[in-house]
Design a protein around this ligand. Sequence first.
Ligand code: FAD
Ligand code: NAG
Ligand code: NAG
Length: 448
Amino acid sequence: MDDIKEVKTVAVIGAGLVGSLAALAFAKRGYQVTVFEQRGDPRLAKNKNLRSINLAVSDRGVNALRNVDFKLCDSILQHVIPMKGRMIHHVEGELESQRYDLDNQCINSIDRGYLNDLLLNELDNHELIKVEFGRKLENLNLSGQPTLTFANLDIKSFDIVIGADGVFSAVRHLLQKYIRMDFTQEYIDSTYLELRIPPGEDGDFQIDANHLHIWPRHKFMLIALPNLDGSFTSTLFAPWDVMDTLHSDEKILEFFNENFPDAVDLITEKELLYAFHMHPRGKLLSVTCNKYNHTGKCLIIGDASHGMVPFYGQGMNCGFEDVDVLMALLDKHEDDVEKAFNEYTETRHKDLVAIVDLAKENYKEMRHKVTSKLFVLRKRVDFILTYYLREKWIPLYTMVSFRSDIPYSEAVARVEFQNKILLGIEGLIVGTGVFIGVKFLKWLGRKF
Ligand SMILES: Cc1cc2nc3c(=O)[nH]c(=O)nc-3n(C[C@H](O)[C@H](O)[C@H](O)COP(=O)(O)OP(=O)(O)OC[C@H]3O[C@@H](n4cnc5c(N)ncnc54)[C@H](O)[C@@H]3O)c2cc1C
Ligand SMILES: *[C@@H]1O[C@H](CO)[C@@H](O)[C@H](O)[C@H]1NC(C)=O
Ligand SMILES: *[C@@H]1O[C@H](CO)[C@@H](O)[C@H](O)[C@H]1NC(C)=O
């Protein structure tokens, strides 16, 4: 029985983005994987969500994909639209491009459904993977060999259970019966609504395709990410009380014409009203927990273990990185799963809480700070220091989005130090006379 070569069986709960990648990664190591997904197969027409919803994939996600399957990663990257910076839309209609990175590195807009379909196709093609749709996990018994109970009362046993069932994870909930898990869940006072900017009459993008567009209006904001078909998926983020005032056609148009006049032209009034009547309002929450494992039997990853608000574009990227970190630990411990799970729990937590916090803070930056002259000036100084100091000085956004070799927690520690120095420099500027200082920086900044 205890033959060393015996193939271990893994149950992955959730065929979302993270569960799919995890299934593929385990199968590539020779594990026998079954994926259970409560919903129907999203590739079947009747389950197709006709709205195109996109997200930004950046270095951490790309790196993890590449490590699992080089070719798959390449084919995914052929279907992205690189975004080199933010395009700020001021109320008066003026546009301002703020690039993300001194070396012009980009984050990439990709269709969420397309990415999920592509991953599912890969699972179908792998002989060690079976995917079962319409299977909702209801119970988990970890006393002996892990057993799963599904909604139809079916019971199945596996060696390992991976919970990748999203922010309202059943696995996380059930795991709490077995381990002492700290757990926090916090809603922010904002909601979101998805809109669409269609292609222009010529079929081409109506606004620059290689930017993430933001209409920052302090308490609320509108954003837009490009799709390959020439359209943009646009999202309105606003406090619930603001959204609640938008209950009639009149109020909606009045609000948009006042705050986002150029966006009304792009979306069209008709489509705007349609979206407000038909699309759901989304909740935005953060979830953290600790620990993540029960011995070597069960581990939660992805949104199931770290829900974050979407403002750093890192939720999926971080979930993909979870898979990468886990696989590296299985390598290190020669597939001693218990050792790998233990070390994952011990080492991963600080990075997960770091990005959950960063994501919360970035909401303020996107809807408010980007409009301030001081913010733009600070970014310039940041870039200038990067230019001269290189590896010794890296802007936070660059570390989070373009440097998968720097863990989230280290990025936070480094930026705390950098911020102290930036404050010092600002003090110096005030000391030597604001006017001369600003002129000097503007002069210096022209090259940047
Ligand atoms: C508006 C918005 C914008 C975002 N933008 C970005 C972005 O730009 N970049 C980025 O990296 N991230 C972004 N994210 C975050 C990203 O969408 C998530 O982090 C990612 O989808 C998490 O993947 P997951 O597989 O962990 O969970 P999910 O995608 O939630 O998948 C979980 C799966 O588990 C299934 N499931 C749930 N319960 C059960 C059960 N009991 N039994 C069986 N199956 C079950 C679900 O049906 C689902 O298919 C954004 C999120 C939002 C809301
Ligand atoms: C869980 O599994 C153990 C051992 O396999 C068994 O003894 C126990 O009765 C099960 N618990 C429940 C609640 O089914
Ligand atoms: C999970 O991992 C930790 C290491 O952080 C280990 O000490 C612990 O035994 C594991 N938890 C459980 C309940 O098995």
